[in-house]
Write a new protein. Structure first.
Length: 475
């Protein structure tokens, strides 16, 4: 078995390692998600080590000495971080020329040829779901026999092996919390809308929705929701409780945990017996009866992708959501005491100045507890990217998703709506949502409930204004 290092490479200050992987940009406030996609194969390989550099505040000089201790290094990359990650890989290889280096993530899953051609430093990339692909590499199997692997052979030619079949029995995956306990400091991970410290993990992969912009279902996870058994999930939560008695909240990072309502209710009832507080991703269509079951068994918060307040835009992106249903769902959550962190995207196909205004008013009207507003990001491998190239909405030669400081930019433009107009609308959205008199009053009341909440909100406020200043400079 090769001695294996799993690495989230160092990046620019404030880099958000979001959604269990490497996020696209610096965020409005600092936050760090767990490196679950790397922890999963790490749990399959005895003696491996996981280093998550950004939340651990590790720089390149901190990780370079590790190269001498390992035979294999697996780095998680993304489209906006790829160039930087290649430089990290090259530096590791310079320290240890015998080190085999492989990249994983959606970027290399959809562009394996281009990724390997970008640098001789990369020995291989693992496509699709890469857990068992990486384990077989670490077991020193012949590379030409490993499904899902793309590699450069002895003659320098790039070889693409057949795809690895999708994993059906999700209970074959060992608990990631064992790796968290072994290699991570959970206090390093924090998100403004979750209690601190928190722990996140996946109970399944894939999403039934067909949103054109969403990266993971179109590149790695697929559109079938494949799940771990209820007992398997509960066993891990019980173990996590013993490993991390200080944890105040568990977050289920499945693309849409509520895709399977009977299973969500079954898990909730078992969580209720454990007395844990938990949250999850959800679509804005969960019936009130299910919400009641979840709320009565420890659910605190739902992370909900509203995206837009305009029905035609939701149709354009194949969201499969109706505005009236989202309104009713949100009203139910408010009445039941379920907190909502709502996410919105500006610059999606069909966006105009008028639809931006409509979305801002919609957000203020339904009034989620907190919001996140992003700029439409056409990642390679998504339908949005193909559509943007075909329609001329994206300048392919200048299609960066972030600037040199890691702040997200607006890569899409339309004949009636410019990059700049989309970019500036994000700041307008935040100001108008949070600076309403009623919103300020509710946030002040929340802060007065506890000194800890006050400190958190004040810190977020400072970071938010710093972010706005950076955007102003970038503009």
């Amino acid at each position: 078995m090769m001695k294996t290092l799993f690495l989230h490479p160092p990046s620019f200050d404030g880099f958000d390692g979001g959604a269990g992987s490497r996020y696209q940009a610096r965020r409005e406030i600092r936050s760090f998600w767990y490196p679950t996609w790397l922890a999963q194969p790490a749990a399959l390989i005895p003696g491996s080590k996981l280093i998550d550099a950004p939340p651990a505040r590790l720089k390149l000089d901190d990780v370079l000495p590790l190269a001498r201790r390992y035979d294999l290094a697996v780095l998680h990359t993304s489209t906006p971080s790829f160039a930087s990650d290649v430089k990290v890989a090259a530096a590791l290889k310079e320290v240890n020329p015998q080190l085999k280096i492989g990249f994983v993530g959606a970027k290399v899953a959809v562009e394996p040829e281009e990724s390997l051609a970008a640098s001789d430093t990369l020995d291989f990339v693992a496509r699709e779901e890469f857990d068992f692909t990486i384990r077989e590499v670490a077991e020193e199997r012949r590379w030409d026999k490993i499904a899902g692997l793309s590699f450069r052979n002895a003659n320098g030619a790039v070889i693409h092996n057949p795809d690895r079949p999708v994993l059906e029995d999700m209970d074959r995956l060992p608990f990631v919390t064992e790796v968290y306990k072994r290699d991570l400091r959970i206090e390093d991970y924090f998100i403004g809308y979750l209690k601190h410290p928190y722990v996140s993990l996946y109970t399944g992969r894939g999403c039934k929705s067909r949103c054109t912009f969403c990266l993971w279902p179109q590149t790695v996870g697929g559109h079938r929701y494949r799940v771990r058994s209820v007992g398997h999930v509960i066993d891990e939560i019980r173990l996590a409780q013993s490993h991390f008695p200080q944890v105040k909240e568990f977050f289920f990072d499945d693309d849409t945990f509520t895709d399977n309502l009977p299973r969500a209710e079954a898990i909730a009832r078992e969580l209720g017996k454990l007395g844990v507080t938990w949250s999850c991703n959800a679509k804005a269509n969960v019936p009130r009866t299910t919400l009641e079951v979840l709320r009565d068994n420890g659910l605190r918060l739902l992370l909900v992708g509203y995206e837009s307040g305009n029905q035609q835009i939701l149709h354009n992106i194949k969201k499969g959501m109706r505005i009236d249903v989202a309104r009713r769902f949100t009203k139910d959550c408010h009445e039941l005491g379920v907190t909502i962190h709502g996410t919105f995207i500006l610059g999606l196909p069909g966006e105009t100045k008028e639809t931006i205004e409509e979305t801002i008013k919609f957000a203020a009207d339904i009034n989620p507890h907190t919001i996140q507003v992003s700029l439409a990001a056409p990642y390679p491998g998504t339908e949005l990217h193909r559509q943007a190239v075909d329609q001329g909405w994206l300048d392919v030669e200048h299609a960066e998703l972030t600037d040199e400081r890691g702040v997200q930019i607006a890569p899409l433009h339309y004949p009636h709506l410019t990059h700049t107009e989309i970019f500036e609308s994000l700041e307008t959205f935040y100001k108008r949502f949070y600076f309403r008199r009623t919103k300020i009053a509710s946030l002040v009341a929340e802060m007065l409930k506890s000194p800890q909440m006050m400190r958190r909100r004040l810190r977020e406020g400072v970071e938010f204004f710093q972010f706005l200043r950076q955007r102003e400079m970038a503009g």
